[in-house]
Design a protein around this ligand. Sequence first.
Ligand code: COS
Length: 385
Amino acid sequence: MDYFLTEEQLMIRDLARQIAVEKIVPVRAELDEKNEFPHETMKAIAQADLLGLFVPEEYGGLGKGALDLCIAIEELSWGCLGIATTYAANALGTYPILISGSDEQKKKYLPDIATGKKMVAFGLTEANVGSDASGVQTTAKLEGNEYVINGTKQWITNGEVADIYTIIAMTDKSRGARGASAFIVEKGTPGFTFGKKENKMGIRASITKELVFDNCRIPKENIIAKEGMGFIVAMKTLDKARVGVGSQGVGVAQGAFDEAVKFARERHQFGHPIISFQAVQHMLADMAIQIEAARALVYAVARFVDSGAKDVSKESAMAKTFATDMCMKVTVDALQVMGGAGYMKEYPVEKMMRDAKILQIYEGTNQIQRNVIGQALIKEAAKKK
Ligand code: COS
């Protein structure tokens, strides 16, 4: 279907697909097996200027919007969600600076992020804080010209790989969500170390680690926005990023679907290719419908984000939920079409199915997304009264 993408968007799509085909598909199984970071692929992505896609031109980026980023993420996810997660988490970590950072912070950090010289990670989650994001236990105490940070962040994508970390810590625990603040912490700061590398079910080409802060002192200028604004910075960051998780779902589902179609044409049973059987055709038809519906929603929401709309929470949550629930179903069904072959590591679909599961969990579980949508519906209904 023609989504009336601009010439530039079509170029981004083709470029990201080319990287997926040439640099991702040949290595994805090995990276998955070895739980290894995609150094070479990330270099290729940086060389293609895709790391600077969403960074404004004045800071050396391409100045593109949410839809452009979704298109790139979708194509990289088609190749490997672990690599696409590494790429998307870089944007997630940069959003707090882009959305609420000072001019000085933007000037200092964005040019290196745009070229890929420096990578970024976002640190909100903790051992006891996932869905309940306002319950952050990591603290930041102002002492003279420095904030002293103590606490541990868990399951952080790009942990240790990244050079710049945007994290949420409590500056006033008594104020709940309003006591949280956002900070920039650079790798190498004394008192900032990393925990173990997580051994995950899927997205194994992405690196997930703990961030450990033990009396880590950072300059007071590293606060993003003001004290007490951290929760809102985190929420706005997630609002902007979640549509991108939707595009990850579309990309992985498309990848699994393409594999299933290819296999169904080649595999013969009862003297015929299995794609000639209606049972298989109906499964493929349902998969195609769901992928296209999710893509249409993701692109529409990304355009809505690009319109500058003030509140995109509900729509972003809808795109994330619909596309990632779809992705889980489509990857399971693609494997089913392939039968025993799909279950084997010789084919990429079992990996895609393992990878897909995280999409219903990270950047807010799909249950939390439904809460966000529910709250928005209540507010809208109250306004109509
Ligand atoms: N944009 C701007 N402000 C927002 C906001 C948003 N999307 N969502 C909430 N806020 C504001 C509220 O308006 C409120 O402000 P006031 O103090 O002025 O009233 C404040 O933030 C607290 O909001 P709320 O009471 O709704 O917070 P809750 O603790 O109930 O949490 C959810 C809301 C569940 C939506 C939030 O905790 C969440 O998104 N959790 C999931 C986090 C997540 O994605 N974790 C995964 C790891 S991060 S990769």
